[in-house]
Design a protein. Structure first.
Length: 263
C-alpha cells in the first residue's frame, strides 16, 4: 500500500481546480478515485454531470463544501480515503513473485492503472486476476498468442463469422482477448474503431493490461468472485471449459497470490 504522498493523484500541480466541463488526464485520475470509492462507474476523462454528482456526494459525506468543484481540500480527502482502503498499487516484488518472471517498470504502472480503472481492488479480486493473467500469458511473458489464430476460424461462439477472423482476432494482452466479439466490445469501450483492424493494430496501439481489465469488467468477474467463486469456477469463466485448460497451474498461481496479497 502506498503512502498518501505516493498516490498518483498527488502528481497534480496545486493549487488548481477541476470542475464540470474539464477533461484530460487529471479528470481521469479524479474519476479513478471516485470509482474506487463506489461513486462512479468507468472513468472516461470527461467531467460531466455524472462526475459532478459523484464529487458532490463525496463532498457531502466528508463534510466538505458541496459545490462539485475539486480544489485542494477535496483532492486531499480523496487521496487519504484511497490510501486507507486500497490494496493497490501492487509492488514489483509482489507481481514478480507470483508470476515468477520480471515485469518492466512501465508494465507495472499499466497493470496497477488497469486494476484501478476497473476496480479490481479487493484481495480476492486481485489474487484471481493475477492468477488468470499469469497463466494465460506464461507468467507475463507473452502479450500476444503464440499460435497464429487459425484454430479460431469459423468459431461463431467468438463472433468469428467472416473469412480470416481467426488470425485477425487472435488472442492478445495477458488475458488473451480473442475473437471478433471481444474485439468489438473493446473497440466500443475505447471508442476506437481501428481495434477492428485486428491483432496488428491492437498489439501496437492499445495500452497493455487495459484489454484484460476491460474483459474482466465486461464479464462481471469481480461480482462472481465476491459471491464466493473458487479458482476453478473463475478459470472456467476465463477459459470456457471445465476443468479449464491448465487448471492446475492456475490454482498454483492463485495459491501463491494468496500468500503474497494479504487482507
Amino acid at each position: 500500500m502506498g503512502t498518501i504522498e505516493e498516490h498518483p493523484l498527488n502528481k497534480i500541480i496545486m493549487p488548481f481546480t477541476l470542475k464540470r466541463g474539464d477533461s484530460g488526464r487529471r479528470v481521469f485520475l479524479l474519476q479513478q478515485a471516485l470509482s474506487s470509492a463506489g461513486l462512479l462507474s468507468l472513468p472516461d476523462g470527461h467531467f460531466g454531470a455524472i462526475t459532478d454528482s459523484a464529487v458532490k456526494s463525496f463532498q457531502e459525506s466528508n463534510e466538505l463544501v458541496v459545490d462539485g468543484i475539486v480544489g485542494p481540500k477535496t483532492l486531499q480527502s480523496l487521496i487519504k480515503s484511497r490510501a486507507e482502503t486500497s490494496c493497490l498499487p501492487l509492488t514489483q516484488f509482489q507481481v514478480e513473485f507470483i508470476c515468477n518472471n520480471r515485469i518492466a517498470p512501465e508494465d507495472l504502472v499499466m497493470l496497477n492503472g488497469s486494476m484501478e480503472v476497473f476496480n479490481i481492488s479487493t484481495p480476492a479480486q486481485i489474487r484471481h486476476f493475477l492468477a488468470q493473467i499469469a497463466h494465460e500469458s506464461g507468467g507475463l511473458r507473452y502479450f500476444e498468442e503464440i499460435a497464429d489464430g487459425s484454430a479460431y476460424e469459423g468459431r461463431e461462439d467468438l463472433g468469428n463469422v467472416e473469412e480470416g477472423d481467426g488470425m485477425r482476432f487472435k488472442g492478445f494482452d495477458p488475458i488473451q482477448t480473442t475473437g471478433r466479439y471481444n474485439y468489438r466490445r473493446l473497440s466500443n469501450y475505447l471508442k476506437d474503431p481501428r481495434v477492428m483492424e485486428g491483432i496488428e493494430y491492437v498489439k501496437k496501439d492499445v495500452p497493455r493490461f487495459i484489454p484484460s481489465g476491460f474483459w474482466w469488467h465486461d464479464n462481471e468477474i469481480n461480482a462472481f468472485i465476491d459471491s464466493g467463486a473458487t479458482c476453478r469456477q473463475v478459470s472456467r469463466r476465463v477459459n470456457g471449459t471445465d476443468p479449464a485448460l491448465g487448471l492446475a497451474e492456475r490454482e498454483e498461481y492463485y495459491a501463491i497470490a494468496c500468500e503474497v496479497i494479504h487482507e
